[in-house]
Design a protein around this ligand. Structure first.
Ligand code: BGC
Length: 255
Protein backbone atom coordinates (compact mmCIF):
# COMPACT_ATOMS: atom_id res chain seq x y z
CA UNK A 1 0.00 0.00 0.00
CA UNK A 2 1.68 3.14 -1.27
CA UNK A 3 -0.06 5.66 1.00
CA UNK A 4 0.01 3.92 4.35
CA UNK A 5 0.31 6.42 7.22
CA UNK A 6 -0.66 9.38 5.00
CA UNK A 7 -3.63 11.65 5.51
CA UNK A 8 -5.45 13.35 2.65
CA UNK A 9 -8.15 15.97 2.16
CA UNK A 10 -10.11 15.65 -1.08
CA UNK A 11 -12.46 18.52 -1.97
CA UNK A 12 -15.70 17.77 -3.76
CA UNK A 13 -15.48 14.09 -2.95
CA UNK A 14 -19.15 13.25 -2.40
CA UNK A 15 -19.50 12.32 -6.08
CA UNK A 16 -17.79 12.00 -9.45
CA UNK A 17 -14.01 12.09 -9.80
CA UNK A 18 -13.51 13.28 -6.21
CA UNK A 19 -15.40 10.28 -4.84
CA UNK A 20 -13.25 7.88 -6.87
CA UNK A 21 -10.07 9.68 -5.76
CA UNK A 22 -11.04 9.58 -2.07
CA UNK A 23 -11.79 5.85 -2.28
CA UNK A 24 -8.64 5.08 -4.20
CA UNK A 25 -6.38 6.97 -1.78
CA UNK A 26 -8.04 5.08 1.08
CA UNK A 27 -7.57 1.81 -0.79
CA UNK A 28 -3.84 2.63 -1.01
CA UNK A 29 -3.71 3.13 2.76
CA UNK A 30 -4.48 6.82 3.39
CA UNK A 31 -6.88 8.27 5.94
CA UNK A 32 -9.17 10.62 4.03
CA UNK A 33 -11.25 13.71 4.84
CA UNK A 34 -14.20 13.90 2.46
CA UNK A 35 -15.29 17.45 1.69
CA UNK A 36 -18.72 18.26 0.22
CA UNK A 37 -20.81 21.37 -0.33
CA UNK A 38 -24.39 20.29 -0.93
CA UNK A 39 -24.51 16.51 -1.12
CA UNK A 40 -24.35 15.12 2.44
CA UNK A 41 -25.80 11.70 1.51
CA UNK A 42 -23.08 11.21 -1.09
CA UNK A 43 -20.38 12.21 1.39
CA UNK A 44 -21.84 9.90 4.03
CA UNK A 45 -21.81 6.96 1.60
CA UNK A 46 -18.17 7.64 0.68
CA UNK A 47 -17.18 7.89 4.33
CA UNK A 48 -18.86 4.56 5.08
CA UNK A 49 -16.97 2.87 2.26
CA UNK A 50 -13.67 4.34 3.45
CA UNK A 51 -14.34 3.22 7.02
CA UNK A 52 -14.99 -0.31 5.70
CA UNK A 53 -11.49 -0.28 4.27
CA UNK A 54 -10.24 0.25 7.82
CA UNK A 55 -9.17 3.87 7.30
CA UNK A 56 -10.00 6.88 9.45
CA UNK A 57 -12.28 9.36 7.71
CA UNK A 58 -14.63 12.31 8.23
CA UNK A 59 -17.19 14.11 6.08
CA UNK A 60 -16.83 17.90 6.30
CA UNK A 61 -19.16 20.46 4.72
CA UNK A 62 -17.85 23.80 3.44
CA UNK A 63 -18.63 26.40 0.80
CA UNK A 64 -15.26 26.79 -0.93
CA UNK A 65 -16.15 30.23 -2.28
CA UNK A 66 -15.84 31.63 1.25
CA UNK A 67 -12.34 31.96 2.62
CA UNK A 68 -13.43 31.64 6.25
CA UNK A 69 -15.11 28.31 5.45
CA UNK A 70 -12.10 27.06 3.57
CA UNK A 71 -9.88 27.76 6.56
CA UNK A 72 -12.35 26.01 8.84
CA UNK A 73 -12.39 23.02 6.46
CA UNK A 74 -8.64 22.52 6.68
CA UNK A 75 -8.63 23.12 10.45
CA UNK A 76 -11.49 20.62 10.95
CA UNK A 77 -9.75 17.99 8.84
CA UNK A 78 -6.62 18.38 10.99
CA UNK A 79 -8.61 18.23 14.23
CA UNK A 80 -10.45 15.09 13.17
CA UNK A 81 -7.74 13.14 11.35
CA UNK A 82 -4.44 14.69 12.48
CA UNK A 83 -1.75 16.40 10.38
CA UNK A 84 -2.38 16.33 6.63
CA UNK A 85 0.04 15.20 3.91
CA UNK A 86 -2.01 15.38 0.72
CA UNK A 87 -4.49 17.91 -0.63
CA UNK A 88 -6.51 17.05 -3.72
CA UNK A 89 -8.21 20.20 -5.01
CA UNK A 90 -10.89 18.37 -6.91
CA UNK A 91 -14.05 20.46 -6.46
CA UNK A 92 -15.06 22.23 -9.65
CA UNK A 93 -18.13 23.57 -11.40
CA UNK A 94 -19.03 24.69 -14.89
CA UNK A 95 -21.87 26.71 -16.41
CA UNK A 96 -22.76 26.58 -20.10
CA UNK A 97 -23.83 29.77 -21.85
CA UNK A 98 -23.14 31.78 -24.97
CA UNK A 99 -20.48 34.31 -24.05
CA UNK A 100 -22.85 37.27 -24.58
CA UNK A 101 -25.38 35.77 -22.16
CA UNK A 102 -23.10 34.87 -19.25
CA UNK A 103 -24.44 36.33 -16.00
CA UNK A 104 -22.31 37.81 -13.25
CA UNK A 105 -23.72 35.23 -10.85
CA UNK A 106 -22.63 32.29 -13.01
CA UNK A 107 -19.24 33.85 -13.74
CA UNK A 108 -18.61 34.42 -10.03
CA UNK A 109 -19.78 30.91 -9.12
CA UNK A 110 -17.31 29.26 -11.51
CA UNK A 111 -14.40 31.50 -10.55
CA UNK A 112 -15.15 31.39 -6.83
CA UNK A 113 -15.10 27.59 -6.68
CA UNK A 114 -12.56 26.69 -9.37
CA UNK A 115 -10.01 29.42 -8.71
CA UNK A 116 -10.56 31.38 -5.52
CA UNK A 117 -11.63 28.31 -3.56
CA UNK A 118 -8.72 26.27 -4.85
CA UNK A 119 -6.30 29.11 -4.13
CA UNK A 120 -7.33 29.61 -0.51
CA UNK A 121 -7.74 25.90 0.25
CA UNK A 122 -4.18 25.48 -0.94
CA UNK A 123 -3.05 28.46 1.13
CA UNK A 124 -4.64 27.04 4.30
CA UNK A 125 -3.06 23.64 3.59
CA UNK A 126 0.38 25.18 2.98
CA UNK A 127 0.15 27.23 6.18
CA UNK A 128 -0.63 24.00 8.03
CA UNK A 129 2.36 22.21 6.46
CA UNK A 130 4.74 25.06 7.18
CA UNK A 131 3.58 25.35 10.80
CA UNK A 132 3.94 21.57 11.24
CA UNK A 133 7.25 21.54 9.29
CA UNK A 134 5.99 18.74 7.06
CA UNK A 135 6.43 18.09 3.36
CA UNK A 136 3.28 17.65 1.30
CA UNK A 137 1.54 16.93 -1.97
CA UNK A 138 -0.88 19.23 -3.76
CA UNK A 139 -2.86 17.74 -6.64
CA UNK A 140 -5.16 20.02 -8.61
CA UNK A 141 -7.99 18.68 -10.75
CA UNK A 142 -7.60 20.75 -13.89
CA UNK A 143 -8.98 19.78 -17.31
CA UNK A 144 -7.91 19.38 -20.91
CA UNK A 145 -9.51 22.83 -21.07
CA UNK A 146 -6.49 24.36 -19.34
CA UNK A 147 -5.12 24.10 -22.91
CA UNK A 148 -8.00 23.39 -25.22
CA UNK A 149 -10.65 25.99 -26.06
CA UNK A 150 -14.11 25.14 -24.74
CA UNK A 151 -16.64 27.39 -26.50
CA UNK A 152 -19.70 28.29 -24.39
CA UNK A 153 -17.71 27.49 -21.25
CA UNK A 154 -15.28 30.41 -21.34
CA UNK A 155 -15.27 31.08 -17.59
CA UNK A 156 -14.56 27.39 -16.95
CA UNK A 157 -11.67 27.28 -19.44
CA UNK A 158 -10.29 30.53 -17.97
CA UNK A 159 -10.43 29.06 -14.48
CA UNK A 160 -8.55 25.94 -15.59
CA UNK A 161 -5.93 28.08 -17.37
CA UNK A 162 -5.51 29.81 -14.01
CA UNK A 163 -5.09 26.47 -12.27
CA UNK A 164 -2.33 25.59 -14.72
CA UNK A 165 -0.39 28.75 -13.88
CA UNK A 166 -0.99 28.35 -10.17
CA UNK A 167 0.45 24.83 -10.39
CA UNK A 168 3.56 26.09 -12.14
CA UNK A 169 4.06 29.06 -9.80
CA UNK A 170 3.59 27.15 -6.59
CA UNK A 171 5.80 24.29 -7.72
CA UNK A 172 8.70 26.75 -7.69
CA UNK A 173 7.71 28.69 -4.60
CA UNK A 174 6.97 25.62 -2.46
CA UNK A 175 9.77 23.32 -3.63
CA UNK A 176 12.15 24.51 -0.88
CA UNK A 177 9.67 23.16 1.66
CA UNK A 178 9.37 19.72 0.09
CA UNK A 179 5.89 20.44 -1.20
CA UNK A 180 5.12 19.30 -4.74
CA UNK A 181 2.31 20.70 -6.84
CA UNK A 182 0.86 18.99 -9.90
CA UNK A 183 -2.34 18.94 -11.90
CA UNK A 184 -4.35 16.26 -13.59
CA UNK A 185 -6.13 17.17 -16.82
CA UNK A 186 -9.04 14.79 -17.34
CA UNK A 187 -10.80 14.71 -20.68
CA UNK A 188 -14.42 13.65 -20.92
CA UNK A 189 -15.18 11.59 -17.84
CA UNK A 190 -18.66 10.24 -17.11
CA UNK A 191 -19.60 12.20 -13.97
CA UNK A 192 -22.40 14.50 -12.79
CA UNK A 193 -20.60 17.63 -14.09
CA UNK A 194 -21.43 16.74 -17.69
CA UNK A 195 -24.77 15.02 -17.19
CA UNK A 196 -26.45 17.29 -19.79
CA UNK A 197 -23.98 16.09 -22.39
CA UNK A 198 -24.25 12.43 -21.39
CA UNK A 199 -28.04 12.64 -21.74
CA UNK A 200 -27.82 14.03 -25.29
CA UNK A 201 -27.02 11.08 -27.56
CA UNK A 202 -26.12 13.24 -30.55
CA UNK A 203 -23.62 15.38 -28.62
CA UNK A 204 -22.23 12.29 -26.98
CA UNK A 205 -21.65 10.62 -30.36
CA UNK A 206 -19.85 13.72 -31.64
CA UNK A 207 -17.66 13.83 -28.54
CA UNK A 208 -16.75 10.13 -28.78
CA UNK A 209 -15.74 10.79 -32.38
CA UNK A 210 -13.06 13.15 -31.01
CA UNK A 211 -11.64 10.65 -28.54
CA UNK A 212 -9.04 8.34 -30.12
CA UNK A 213 -9.58 5.66 -27.46
CA UNK A 214 -13.30 5.77 -28.36
CA UNK A 215 -14.76 5.81 -24.88
CA UNK A 216 -15.50 8.22 -22.09
CA UNK A 217 -13.17 8.06 -19.14
CA UNK A 218 -14.33 6.55 -15.86
CA UNK A 219 -13.65 8.29 -12.54
CA UNK A 220 -11.33 5.38 -11.71
CA UNK A 221 -9.16 6.33 -14.73
CA UNK A 222 -8.41 9.60 -12.94
CA UNK A 223 -8.23 8.18 -9.41
CA UNK A 224 -5.24 6.03 -10.36
CA UNK A 225 -3.36 9.09 -11.61
CA UNK A 226 -4.10 10.93 -8.35
CA UNK A 227 -2.86 7.98 -6.29
CA UNK A 228 0.33 7.91 -8.35
CA UNK A 229 0.93 11.65 -7.86
CA UNK A 230 0.29 11.27 -4.12
CA UNK A 231 2.74 8.37 -3.83
CA UNK A 232 6.52 8.33 -3.52
CA UNK A 233 6.66 7.10 -7.13
CA UNK A 234 6.04 10.76 -8.03
CA UNK A 235 8.70 12.22 -5.67
CA UNK A 236 10.53 13.95 -8.52
CA UNK A 237 7.47 15.34 -10.31
CA UNK A 238 6.39 18.92 -9.67
CA UNK A 239 4.89 21.78 -11.66
CA UNK A 240 3.37 19.63 -14.35
CA UNK A 241 0.03 18.48 -15.66
CA UNK A 242 -0.68 14.83 -16.36
CA UNK A 243 -3.26 14.53 -19.10
CA UNK A 244 -5.68 11.57 -18.87
CA UNK A 245 -8.06 12.04 -21.78
CA UNK A 246 -8.02 9.03 -24.12
CA UNK A 247 -6.08 11.15 -26.60
CA UNK A 248 -8.70 13.93 -26.87
CA UNK A 249 -6.42 16.92 -26.42
CA UNK A 250 -4.02 16.34 -29.27
CA UNK A 251 -6.39 14.57 -31.61
CA UNK A 252 -5.97 15.88 -35.13
CA UNK A 253 -6.36 13.92 -38.33
CA UNK A 254 -6.84 14.88 -41.94
CA UNK A 255 -10.04 13.30 -43.16
C1 BGC B 1 -15.64 19.23 -18.66
C2 BGC B 1 -16.68 18.37 -19.32
C3 BGC B 1 -16.29 18.09 -20.77
C4 BGC B 1 -14.88 17.56 -20.82
C5 BGC B 1 -14.40 17.33 -22.27
C6 BGC B 1 -14.29 18.63 -18.82
O1 BGC B 1 -13.32 19.45 -18.24
O2 BGC B 1 -15.94 19.37 -17.27
O3 BGC B 1 -17.93 19.03 -19.28
O4 BGC B 1 -17.18 17.14 -21.32
O5 BGC B 1 -14.00 18.46 -20.20
O6 BGC B 1 -14.63 18.44 -23.08
Amino acid sequence: MRLEGKTALVTGSSQGIGEAVALRLADEGADVAVHYRSHPEGAQAVVERIAKLGRRTAAIQADLSRVTEVRRLVADAVTRLGPLDILVNNAGVERRADFWDVSETDYDFVMDVNLKGLFFTTQAFVRHLLAAKRPGRIINMSSVHEELPFPHFTSYAMSKGGVRMMTRNLAIELAPFGITVNSIAPGAIATPINRALLDDSEKLRALLGNIPLKRLGAPSDIAGVAAFLASSDADYITGTTLVADGGLLWNYQEQ
